[in-house]
Design a protein around this ligand. Structure first.
Ligand SMILES: [Zn+2]
Length: 703
């Protein structure tokens, strides 16, 4: 997943003088000036929570003045005095907001949450004040009409066209009454969004399962059980943000599995203060109303207009084609698991909470290994440095150096310097991998500072996961999935770090949502690339490489359980599309939301397998955040990814030539070119479904 800053424009140094309106604060508030640290790395040790509110307020005020100056410029609009000036604006706001929202993701506290709630509507108003500024639109519209005569290079041309389209999509040409309603909707949505995130975080902590005895935790290792033990002698099983919970694969006590699964599935729908159903219903209705104001049939239609998939028809057709294939594949898998279950519980029927546990048994029988045999070879530091970093070294010539001198916001965070092939500093990287109650669930990458030649900035990026922290002195041994996630999120980091563009709004991951997961998914391929796998997968005690026989078994099991994985993902995708393809008067009320979800599952045959959606609506953070009507993006990106992996395998694999090609047609280019043009240049043809189906072991009527 990728977390995008809400604003990514910037403020020129010359305008910092205007901050003299706050002379006393400027002394003490570390956010009010550019960081003195390398690459403007945030001075976390100097930033107090009390600094955010004045910095955000000053940041909005400065950007309003910057935009007013652009509009008031007596000179005729030019690319420089309008587009570039806008690209330079908002730097202070961006700096303050990036740190606040990053910390609210990675290390929240009540004060930071309060600030996020307080400023969300103000920031929505601020964005609309720019997007709906008639003078600004007139200048950009004038440039847009003259675009053939302006002698723009392709990047400039695209910047102008995209900005113009974005303003139209924000409502720049609507009548004043409609614009006023739009502003009100955006404020309300931002408020509800901040509320939703905080409820989901509170609920994932509140829903942790407590059990009284060690017997109920049978199947876990002694060390795992000790790590779950609380001061009152009971055991606390924390939840991860997905419906499925990793501990289900190990717990042999069936009632504990059931309780854990139910605790997960019932999140945010228990009728208490963390219940999100009413909130979601409101969000959906407001989004549908906004889409209608902007001339679209529904929110999905509005969203997909600017995505590479292009239309709901394309997405619906793809989902309709894949859903039956995924369900059929999951049914086949379920039959094998049912047989495993009946050995332990004669006459019982396979339930959602049984799946992961018996899948491990099935894997052990069919392929001769289970997850627990892998983990001693998947020590975190080895995976990071000898796996993830090593692949980036062989592809892109990057090298990595610890920077313990740079301040961090939590003792578990590591700062790294990333050096380019010329030995010069390319970027700084914050690695923040352990779970804690102050962190939101899941894994994500973000940027504190984006790359831009216009602003002279180089990237500062973050990589976040939720790996359970072992007791002091014990090594961190990862699951195979966690290794995959680390490669994935680092793929987002590469997209930001290798960016080589002039304009900040086109840097790195500034691409359509259904394209942004493409480079990160391609980077997952190096997890199993033989020379990389052999390099990082070493026994944490003996240093022995993972035995070849075990490596062969992993390779053979590549498609194992893919029916389940595809089904749980498609289920969530279909819910997302369904809810966002409704008109305002069709949106279910809070009390009907779960029935609607069940109907969608039934309509596509998903009720015939015990596979819950990867996220249920009440805790589906993706669709309340930036992936609304866009959760299909992982699938679309994986189609592109599978085509690219096939190309790389056929054209030399892991080497600097491949890396240079990836950089040239993908990673360095950001949003400077039509993404599908770049894709075709990279692999030499249009995307085909075949490599994706093959990877997942799916058979459809029309491949
Ligand atoms: Zn991602």
């Amino acid at each position: 997943m990728l977390l995008r800053p809400l604003l990514d424009r910037a403020l020129p140094r010359r305008l910092l003088g205007s901050l003299l309106l706050l002379p006393a604060l400027a002394q003490a508030n570390a956010l009010l000036q550019p960081s003195p640290l390398p690459l403007q790395y945030p001075p976390f040790n100097a930033i107090a929570d009390a600094d955010f509110a004045p910095a955000l307020s000053a940041g909005m005020a400065v950007q309003r003045r910057e935009v007013a100056a652009i509009v008031a410029n007596p000179a005729a609009p030019s690319f420089e005095n309008t587009m570039e000036a806008l690209e330079r604006s908002g730097r202070l706001l961006n700096r303050a907001l990036t740190v606040l929202s990053s910390l609210n993701g990675a290390d929240s506290n009540p004060e930071r949450q309060r600030l996020q709630r307080e400023f969300a509507p103000l920031l929505a108003q601020h964005r609309d004040a720019i997007a709906l500024n008639p003078g600004l639109f007139q200048r950009i519209d004038a440039l847009h009409r003259q675009r053939e005569q302006l002698r723009l290079n392709p990047e400039q041309r695209r910047l102008l066209e995209r900005r113009h389209a974005d303003l139209l999509r924000a409502g720049a040409q609507l009548p004043p009454a409609a614009q006023a309603r739009l502003r009100a909707i955006n404020v309300e949505l931002s408020r509800l969004g901040a509320d939703f995130n905080q409820k989901v975080l509170a609920e994932v902590n509140a829903s942790a399962l407590t059990v009284a005895t060690r017997e109920e935790l049978a199947g876990l290792s002694e060390a795992q059980i000790d790590a779950l033990r609380q001061s009152d002698g009971r055991y606390r099983l924390p939840l991860q943000n997905t419906s499925g919970q990793p501990l289900l694969a190990q717990l042999s006590h069936r009632p504990t599995r059931e309780r854990l699964m139910q605790a997960s599935l019932s999140r945010n729908a228990r009728g208490d203060g963390n219940d999100t159903r009413e909130l979601i219903s409101q969000v959906l209705r407001l989004r549908a109303e906004r889409a209608a104001l902007l001339g679209h049939a529904h929110h999905a239609d509005f969203t997909l207009e600017t995505e590479t998939a292009g239309s709901t028809a394309t997405v619906n057709a793809l989902l309709a084609q894949l859903a039956p294939a995924a369900v059929a594949s999951a049914k086949k898998e379920a039959a094998a698991l049912q047989a495993q279950l009946e050995k332990d519980h004669p006459g019982a029927t396979l339930q959602a909470w049984d799946w992961a546990y018996y899948a491990e048994k099935e894997r052990a029988q069919a392929y001769g290994y289970d997850e627990s045999q892998l983990r001693p070879y998947l020590e975190l530091n080895s995976v990071l440095e000898r796996g993830v970093f090593e692949a980036a070294k062989r592809l892109y010539g990057l090298s990595f150096k610890r920077r313990p001198d740079l301040p961090v916001y939590h003792p578990d965070v590591q700062a790294w310097e990333v050096l380019g092939p010329n030995g010069k500093t390319q970027a700084l990287l914050l690695v923040d991998l352990y779970a804690r109650p102050s962190k939101r669930g899941g894994a994500w990458a973000n940027a504190y500072v984006g790359q831009s030649h216009l602003l002279g900035t180089r990237p500062v990026v973050g990589n976040h996961m939720n790996i359970p922290k072992p007791p002091a002195g014990q090594p961190t041994l990862l699951t195979w999935d966690e290794v995959n996630t680390l490669f994935h999120e680092f793929g987002h980091n590469l997209h930001t770090m290798l960016s080589d563009v002039r304009y900040p709004s086109q840097a790195g991951t500034a691409v359509p949502r259904d394209y942004v997961e493409f480079p990160s998914q391609v980077n997952e391929m190096w997890q199993t690339w033989p020379s990389i796998l052999a390099n990082y997968a070493r026994h944490h005690q003996t240093g022995e490489p993972m035995p070849q026989a075990l490596l062969d078994k992993i390779a053979a099991a590549k498609r194992f359980n893919q029916g389940f994985a595809t089904t749980e993902y498609l289920a969530a995708t279909l819910i997302d599309q369904h809810l966002h393809q409704l008109k305002a008067d069709q949106i279910p009320n809070a009390s009907a939301l779960m029935d609607t979800e069940a109907q969608v599952m039934k309509a596509h045959g998903f009720d015939t397998v015990p596979v819950p959606p990867r996220y249920r609506t009440p805790y589906f953070s993706h669709i309340m955040g930036g992936y609304a009507a866009g959760y299909y993006a992982y699938l679309w990106s994986e189609v592109l990814d599978a085509n690219t992996v096939e190309w790389i395998e056929q054209h030399g694999g892991l080497n600097r030539t491949t890396g240079e090609r990836m950089k040239r047609f993908l990673l360095a280019r950001g949003g400077t070119e039509d993404p599908m043009v770049l894709f075709q240049q990279l692999v030499g043809h249009e995307p085909k479904l075949g490599p994706y189906l093959n990877r997942r072991g799916l058979v459809t009527a029309q491949p």
